[in-house]
Design a protein around this ligand. Sequence first.
Ligand SMILES: [Zn+2]
Length: 462
Amino acid sequence: MRLLVLLMATLAFAPARANASPTVHSVCDISQTFTFYMDGRFHRQYLAESGRDARNWGSLSRLDLENVNLLVLSEGDRRLPYTPAAIDHVAAYVADGGALLLMADGADPMPPGQAVAERFGVALTTTAAQKPLRGVGDLAGADIVFRRGRTLEIDERWSPLVVDADDRPVLAAARVGDGHVLVGSRGLFGRKPDASDPINAAWVTPMLVTRAETKAIDPARPHRHTRAEGKREIGPLTLEFHAGTEQFADAVHAVYEEVRPHLVAITGVEPSPGMIKSLLILPTGGGGFSSGRRIAIGAWWGNFPERRYPMVELIAHEAGHSWVLPYAEPLWNEPIATYLGIQVGRRLGHPEADETLARQIARARRHDPDLTTIDPLAKDAPRDLVWGKSYFVFEELERRFGPDALAKYFRTKRVTLGPGRNGYSMDDCVAVWSRAVGEDLYPWFQALGFGVDRARTDLAKR
Ligand SMILES: [Zn+2]
């Protein structure tokens, strides 16, 4: 669940890789469902050599496809159907020569991608594809790697390219107008946000490139990322959304407004200057990210709005990153952000807050029963240990020096770390904590197994 939250902000909004003379201008759509995989990794796995990629964050029906020859769509999320205007727009692009790849599997109920497939004469089904799969037609003899997925029903205009053990199509292609459409199971393509699984690249890349190249693009005019076009100014904040995500924007923003004063109270300071200028509504339940200036929040994270606590925690987490910059906490950059979320949740009376805290500390104790042995700074320190011990440290410091120990720390950090400082280590961090509470905390941290040393920081001189 937390995987997406953990990914660093710098990965999102990363520019497409430069390519001197691309023959493919692809757009990976992340307006219907946001994933980090579609946000750059698909391109890196299959198109890096021949293509330049841009992402679509805005309403699909308004996307400029004129200088684009490959559009990549996924099955979408039930909360956000492909609109008839979007499907018309995609159909016109294909009729005009563009290539479309729809990666989708049937389910009950059917995902929104079914409406796109049906427009071109394909139906997703709920019938599981039986291994082994084999290539046919253009792909005869190809090695087919397949995780799992569902079969397709195709009409006579379509040619199967990959079939299952019962000869049912799993990937199929058709010429439509001047363009090409490919529909296939998601299980034939990579999925990892670190792009470490480029399965089937040996045939996926040429399959995409040859079809895209039937429409010439002008490489001298790079296509650009398309941002969510909806904007609303709310006080110092710009709320960003598109036609489909607008329905979630107010509710998510209301949680931010609820959370923000508590973050100020807990940390004792305002966000760092220049931070949190915009709040982007992401079409996903998979999490969010922060670049400091912009926080992006999954619109239906934790089954929001039916459940509220996970959204409180996520927003406080992502916003919390804007309180720690420009000197992010080493080691516990992520744990401290979630700890802020837990603290906000407590103040708002959500019982899940204490449960989350207790669960994580218990997980750390499985590795280190009295939390004195394992150094969280060690390379092989288990993740659960790092998170749980971090929470334990914050709780203990609040108990010993609180109830506003965290605020003392944040205030001291703001005045202690000057501009232009080169990095912030755990040795530095303990020095700031020691100043904040007026006690040398190196022995205490060392007793908890932390390999910290006052000799390695310029901040510990007293
Ligand atoms: Zn984070």
